[in-house]
Ligand binder design. Structure first.
Ligand code: ASP
Length: 327
């Protein structure tokens, strides 16, 4: 069951046809999930994929409205949530450019949330501050989905990452998974590392010293019984990994741009590096990439990042249907 993060079940516009652990809940952190929750969502996501491939769309969420509120740039997360809602027959209020909204007039997050929840059945929120989605959830009677809170978490990305590993390699247990790049500011890594603690995996973390996994996340992973192996070089792990998860150095989080310049090009996955990896491993990236993976690697069948990105829509369809009680 999903933990009751925010008190009682929230109001959603539809009467549920199915009660599940997600119905009427906020989705704020991966810490809410148990393994059964993931199995449930991944099962529904597979069904969503089959529906999209067969007929393109359904009217499961006909009449429902999602508010997509993005205070930070986004291509994949915002458009895949919008596509997911529309393929389920619902509609979307897009506020991707907060500078054209009342936020520029000085409106507070709680007031903006109160407004959107009056019109929509759930709100997807991306915000530069850690914990913003928790604050939003406190004010909203409708479910809030965290689509990235600064350097905090990105729970729906971690769900689609894990779904991709399972689809590509047929299992998660028993794998060696390495995350490389900006482990300090990369919220997708913070969520994925935590979520992987539900599985029997070996994790390696590859970064320069100034971009190491934050102590808080490292301590949580260790407390959940997973050894944290840290190294500076992808070469140290390339021959043994089943999943190499590469991330962008998060330029927007640096106050000192010379520090950013000193680490921005540290890791570059080339065809040469890939030639040393296992024949059945996969290469993942939450995207956007800005030089970490060379374009000629795209032709390698182990390059899974575009399939990973597509999976985001199926997983988000599953999540929307589950939160609105229609999965
Ligand atoms: N798209 C991901 C995020 O929003 C990764 C990134 O921006 O590098 O966190």
């Amino acid at each position: 069951m999903v933990t009751k993060v925010n008190g009682s079940t929230k109001r959603v516009g539809l009467s549920p046809t199915m009660h599940n652990g997600f119905y009427g809940r906020d989705i704020l952190s991966v810490k809410q999930f148990a393994r059964e929750d993931l199995d449930y969502i991944f099962g529904v996501a597979e069904e969503m994929e089959a529906i999209v491939r067969r007929v393109g769309a359904t009217d499961l969420l006909k009449g429902s409205i999602l508010a997509n509120l993005f205070y930070e740039p986004s291509t994949r997360t915002s458009s895949s949530f919008a596509a997911a809602m529309q393929r389920l027959g619902g509609s979307v209020i897009p506020i991707n450019e907060v500078r054209y909204s009342s936020v520029t007039k000085g409106e507070s997050l709680p007031d903006t949330i109160r407004t959107l929840e009056a019109y929509a059945d759930l709100v997807v929120l991306r915000h530069p501050e850690v914990g913003a989605s928790q604050i939003a959830a406190r004010y909203s009677r409708k479910p809030i989905i965290n689509a990235g809170d600064g350097v905090g978490e990105h729970p729906t990305q971690a769900l689609l990452d894990l779904f991709t590993i399972q689809q590509e390699l047929g299992r998660v247990d028993g794998l060696h998974i390495a995350m490389a790049g900006d482990l300090k500011y990369g919220r997708t890594v913070h969520s994925l590392a935590r979520l992987l603690c539900l599985y029997d995996v070996e994790m390696s973390f590859v970064s320069p010293d100034i971009l190491r996994l934050p102590e808080e996340v490292r301590d949580e992973v260790i407390a959940l019984g997973k050894p944290v192996r840290e190294t500076h070089a992808i070469e140290d792990i390339i021959e043994t990994v089943d999943v190499l998860y590469v991330t962008r150095v998060q330029k927007e989080r640096f106050s000192d741009l010379t520090q950013y310049e000193s680490v921005r090009n540290l890791y570059e996955v080339t065809t040469d590096l890939m030639s040393r990896a296992k024949p059945k491993m996969i290469l993942m990236h939450p995207l956007p990439r800005v030089g970490e993976i060379h374009y000629d690697v795209d032709a390698d069948p182990r390059a899974a990042y575009f399939r990973q990105m597509e999976n985001g829509m199926y997983v988000r369809m599953a999540l929307l249907a589950a939160v609105l009680g229609k999965a």
